[in-house]
Design a protein around this ligand. Structure first.
Ligand code: NAP
Ligand code: MG
Length: 403
């Protein structure tokens, strides 16, 4: 008897090698066990081009309506892709569009496997990065100021009055100037998403900025997080035995390195950009990172953190064998199925998701893995064996059926 679903989830198909893996994962690991109910959106580049990207907007609205989505990696077009796919227009990043509509925060967490040792041996549990994906340096205005110029910041208030602040007097020589901003609305959404995710995943939340130096700008981030915590989440955190801690970014980094993991690390846009690459590398492989977009009102969209693995796809197209790691894409599915199960009180569905995760990890722990992991694997008495993309899925299936 297959497991039934009461409510559909939003299924978003994508591009290249991950598109191929997507269909295989469904065929080999999901459809034999679940009567999958999905609302399907093809965000493959051809379909985005044919619909003038309306399909991406429709997919985002479907997630708003149904509450859960799972997304395959997609191509963000550039000039080369314009030619390759003969596009009408250089469509913007689908993830950017989804994020803008859902107003979400992206949480990235590594998948830990026994046998793949983090570069930092103290880390026993995943560290989840929550990156604020709006504003600061990413929406700045910058200028190369010539010698003798004076840079000023002018704020024109609603009543027309002006406040002028001197940034720097470049009388001694040329220099650079940057104007950045953020909004209380965006910071507030970010904070709520972080607190919600901490409650949902039962993890402590750490937040860090440089408010000793940036007293007004970073100070505002600190204040908003603190107010929302005190007014909306403190009692829930206390009840669950969770902690919220604010620290200075430098102190935070040294504590993260000495920690054993198992918490959410919320960071401003730039800090999150830089630290998420550090975390991914330190845990082993980009192919083992999951990513989930959480909106402030609790809608979830799961995906792998990596891209469409173009180089493998070109080999696949030529009929060559590939050994592409499907773990993060499988975990995107299990994340979404589990979430659907939790929302619908469908324990069977959530249990299946947990079993599939277990079977996937057991496969690697028993020495069967894709090429990207073979060189990283160290476990006494186990010699790693490289399998191709499809063999890996069948190896997981064998173990799933024995659980
Ligand atoms: P990528 O697809 O993540 O791949 C970069 C390289 O990392 C691959 O060539 C491969 O190395 C390795 N790799 C990544 N995932 C792997 C996996 N699952 N199994 C094995 N190896 C893996 O990044 P990219 O080449 O920069 O981008 C390709 C396309 O993906 C671009 O069009 C980009 O727009 C898109 N992209 C989409 C998303 C998204 O939808 N979230 C995110 C990032 C990029 P080797 O070739 O050395 O084996
Ligand atoms: Mg980066």
């Amino acid at each position: 008897m297959k497991i039934k679903m009461t409510t559909p989830l939003v299924e978003i198909q994508g591009d290249e090698m991950t598109r191929i893996l997507w269909d295989w994962i469904k065929e080999i690991l999901l459809e034999p066990y679940i009567e999958l109910k999905t609302e399907f959106y093809d965000l493959g580049l051809m379909s985005r081009d044919q619909t003038s990207d309306q399909i991406t907007i429709d997919a985002a609205n479907a997630i708003k309506r149904l509450g859960v989505g799972v997304k395959c990696a997609t191509i963000t077009p550039n000039h080369q892709r314009m030619e390759e796919y003969d596009l009408k227009k250089m469509w913007s990043s689908p993830n950017g569009t989804l994020r803008a509509i859902l107003d979400g925060t992206v949480f990235r967490a590594p998948i830990l496997v026994d046998g793949i040792q983090p570069y930092i041996p103290a880390w026993k549990k995943p560290i989840t990065i929550a990156r604020h994906a709006y504003g600061d340096m990413y929406k700045n205005v910058e200028y190369l100021a010539p010698q003798g110029s004076k840079a000023e910041l002018v704020i024109t208030k609603p009543d027309g009055s002006q406040k002028t602040l001197l940034v720097h007097d470049f009388e001694g020589g040329e220099g650079v100037v940057s104007g950045m901003h953020n909004t209380v609305k965006s910071i507030t959404s970010f904070a709520r998403s972080c607190f919600n995710y901490a409650v949902d995943t039962r993890q402590d939340l750490w937040f860090a900025t440089k408010d000793t130096i940036s007293k007004t700008y970073d100070g505002k981030f600190k204040e908003i997080f603190n107010d929302i915590y005190q007014n909306e989440y403190k009692s829930k955190f206390d009840e669950l035995g969770l902690n919220y801690e604010y620290t200075l970014i430098d102190d935070s980094i040294s504590r993260v390195v000495r920690s054993e993991g198992g918490f959410i690390w919320a960071l401003k846009n730039y800090d999150g950009d830089v630290m998420s690459d550090m975390i991914a590398t330190a845990y082993g492989s980009l192919a083992m990172m999951t990513s989930v977009l959480v909106s402030p009102d609790g809608k979830y969209e799961y995906e792998a953190a990596h891209g469409t693995v173009t180089r493998h796809y070109y080999r696949h197209q030529k009929g060559e064998e590939t050994s592409t790691n499907s773990v993060a894409t499988i975990f995107a599915w299990t994340g979404a199925l589990n979430r659907r199960g939790v929302m619908d009180n469908n324990a069977e569905l959530s249990d299946f998701a947990k079993r599939l995760e277990k079977a996937t990890l057991a496969t690697i722990e028993q020495g069967v893995m894709t090429g990207d992991l073979v060189g990283l694997f160290r476990k006494d008495g186990v010699t790693p064996k490289k399998v191709n993309s499809q063999e890996f899925l069948f190896e997981i299936k064998n173990r799933l059926e024995n659980l």
